[in-house]
Unconditional design. Structure first.
Length: 351
């Protein structure tokens, strides 16, 4: 029987249309099965990148392991001044910000599922370094770290593991909606919504895929897309850079595990990965988000591109999903990965 479910953060309704349900192995729509033909290493712009380095993690004084360079076609730039003005009822600013590419390996490796744990850990280290550096710019309010893997997710036919960091002079509206939703819950319950979610999901285990010492990966109760997944730290912290400290290896293992399950169980799907963290905050009079450390909880979202939003979803913001998250989680838990994969713990549902 189909049902409506409400997202507790954004208060967005989702239809879990079980009458239209497909078995998890047959859900990939035909138009999303197009495989990209990646270019060979000798033609790869990231294998032979000559752009000026913004930052590089190296083996001592030797070759780089992870490198950050400017985006070739940046959406935002650093100008001499940040200028904001009104135009009738409209607000306008110059496109102030930064747009960087993180080249995740010097080898021509397509994605994190194909990397070792240490290389993923190195990538996480670079993310932290860049966020800490970007927050020093007083005009920047937020930085999004994201990965587009595969053509359907917005990537190009290159096949070299990379991600992007885009820092903006305003806080994006979806981030604001999440911050407001988390604060609303905290004001009413005097508890962090995401901490409550972690406790509930670990107790029930119906939507949990893999658990490690410090993190849990799960399908959200009211997810929008088949196999949409969230990774939550068990320990409360609003900021990715501070909350990750001492847990980098654990998160690297979990990312390797989850993305390997995607690759094997979902036929290497295109996906978008986004790190959701707190905005940059500084000691300013009447600064926003003063209670964030209590009410917000950083996390990672991974959204496989297995189906497209159609007219109803785009026109209403009301999503229809034909695979219940419980079935999707069970399917991923059962995916068999090689014995040398990281020591994570697929859970058993109590339902």
């Amino acid at each position: 029987m189909s049902e409506l479910r409400k997202d507790p953060v954004l208060r967005r309704w989702v239809i879990i249309a079980q009458e239209r349900a497909r078995r998890p192995g047959t859900f990939i729509e035909a138009h999303m099965r197009t495989r990209q033909k990646d270019i060979p290493p000798e033609e790869c712009p990231f294998c032979h990148n000559q752009d000026p380095e913004i930052f590089a993690l190296r083996e001592g004084e030797g070759a780089w392991k992870v490198k950050v360079v400017p985006h070739g076609s940046p959406a935002l730039r650093i100008y001499d001044k940040f200028h904001r003005h009104g135009y009738g009822p409209y607000d306008v600013t110059n496109a102030y910000g930064t747009h960087e590419v993180v080249i995740e390996s010097p080898e021509h490796i397509p994605g994190m599922a194909d990397m070792g744990d240490q290389q993923i850990k190195d990538v996480l280290f670079v993310y932290v370094q860049r966020l800490n550096e970007l927050r020093k710019n007083y005009n920047l309010r937020y930085a999004v770290i994201f990965k587009n893997y595969g053509l359907a997710a917005g990537s190009r036919q290159i096949g070299h593991a990379r991600s992007q960091i885009l820092a903006t002079s305003v806080t994006p509206i979806r981030i604001k909606d999440k911050l407001i939703g988390a604060k609303r819950y905290f004001d009413y319950h005097d508890r962090c919504l995401y901490c409550d979610m972690v406790r509930q999901e670990l107790e029930q285990k119906e939507r949990v895929v893999v658990e490690t010492e410090h993190f849990v990966s799960l399908m959200p109760f009211a997810y929008r897309f088949p196999f949409e997944l969230i990774i939550l730290p068990k320990e409360h912290h609003s900021d990715f850079t501070k909350g990750l400290k001492g847990k980098e290896e654990d998160l690297a293992r979990l990312l390797k595990d989850i993305l390997t399950r995607f690759k094997i169980g979902l036929d290497d799907p295109a996906f978008n990965l986004v790190i959701q963290t707190a905005p940059f905050r500084r000691s300013r009079k009447n600064a926003k988000w003063q209670t964030l450390d209590e009410d917000y909880h950083w996390h990672i979202e991974i959204m496989p591109r297995l189906a497209r939003a159609a007219g109803f979803e785009k026109g209403s913001g009301f999503y229809i999903c034909a695979i219940p998250p419980e079935a999707a989680a069970e399917y991923l838990r059962d995916v068999q990965i090689a014995g040398d994969e990281p020591q994570t713990t697929p859970v058993t549902s109590h339902a």
